[in-house]
Design a protein around this ligand. Structure first.
Ligand SMILES: Nc1ncnc2c1ncn2[C@@H]1O[C@H](COP(=O)(O)OP(=O)(O)OP(=O)(O)O)[C@@H](O)[C@H]1O
Length: 275
């Protein structure tokens, strides 16, 4: 069984509708979850965790004690010390490993006596990660865990995830807007835009299915225009993203290159808004 499956999920809010949205985190893999600010990543994660109720659709999640979570904002009581955080969460996790928690605090450079409110954003993220990795979780759900971390801590976090993934039963849902993190670690990528999934496939297939295309302004005709995602026009030329299969119609009118994940996300995010 996959550790997380969302099917036909819809959440309506003033001025924003999430879904209908399907999302599967396959067992044994890292699913990157990427999209612009306000695309709906945090709302999706809260629905997955049962913290926000969906108006429609269904959620299947492995037992809560097998899920390690890093929220985009630490939710611990400010005056608790790091050690107290550990004592507070331990009863909810039969497999709580105090030795591992202490070792992870040490890695994070967090004194057990430090209060939550005294921690920087990055240290708060590391404290959450220390909790998430101390109770034999099968699934990690991480909401922008690398934001606020310095480059060394980011790289250490990615190494810890790689280590976590050496167990083939383990899975990760990793929300981020830093696509370079996904280049390193994600097996699958789901791109979300304005509440809708616009792509969800293996990272390699995603990169393979698009081409970054550039051409002269005079070559951009009415047939070509609708095939270009996130079209950017400048004085003498244009640039955009095209489905690889559509590039056969280009002939010599434009140059097509393999895009980076970042270029795919940026261009898909620039699609015109539909009413
Ligand atoms: N409690 C709420 N009540 C009403 N609207 C909300 C609430 N929480 C989020 N929203 C709206 O839902 C939309 C999606 O927000 P969400 O936080 O899920 O996006 P996100 O992809 O996580 O963005 P970011 O990268 O900025 O964290 C936004 O338009 C936001 O304003």
């Amino acid at each position: 069984m996959n550790p997380l499956e969302l099917t036909g999920v819809i959440k309506r809010r003033d001025g924003f509708t999430l879904g209908p949205l399907d999302l599967v985190v396959p067992r044994g893999y890292v699913m990157g979850f990427v999209g612009a600010n306000g695309a709906g990543k945090t709302t999706t994660i809260k629905i997955a965790l049962g913290l926000v109720h969906a108006d429609e659709g269904s959620v299947r999640l492995v037992g809560h004690d097998r899920v390690g979570v890093v929220h985009d904002q630490p939710a611990y009581v400010g005056k608790w010390t790091a050690a107290q955080v550990g004592r507070a969460v331990a009863p909810f996790h039969p497999a709580w490993d105090l030795e591992r928690f202490r070792a992870l605090l040490d890695w994070a450079g967090i004194e057990p006596t430090r209060q939550v409110k005294e921690l920087s954003r990055g240290m708060g993220m590391k404290l959450q990660l220390a909790v998430a990795l101390s109770h034999a979780a099968e699934l990690l759900i991480l909401d922008e865990p690398t934001s606020g971390l310095d480059p060394l801590a980011r790289s250490e976090l990615l190494e810890m995830l790689a280590d976590f993934m050496t167990d083939e039963r383990h899975s990760v849902l990793f929300s981020t807007h830093i696509t370079s993190d996904l280049e390193k670690i994600a097996d699958y990528v789901t791109v979300i835009e304005r509440g809708r999934v616009v792509a969800s496939t293996t990272r390699d297939e995603l990169v393979d299915s698009y081409r970054l295309v550039r051409g002269a302004a005079s070559e951009l005709d009415a047939d070509l225009r609708p095939l270009v995602h996130g079209l950017r026009e400048h004085g003498v030329g244009w640039q955009g993203l095209m489905a690889t299969e559509d590039t056969v119609s280009l002939g010599r009118r434009a140059v097509a290159e393999v895009p980076t994940l970042e270029e795919i996300v940026v261009h898909l995010a620039k699609e015109p808004r539909h009413a």
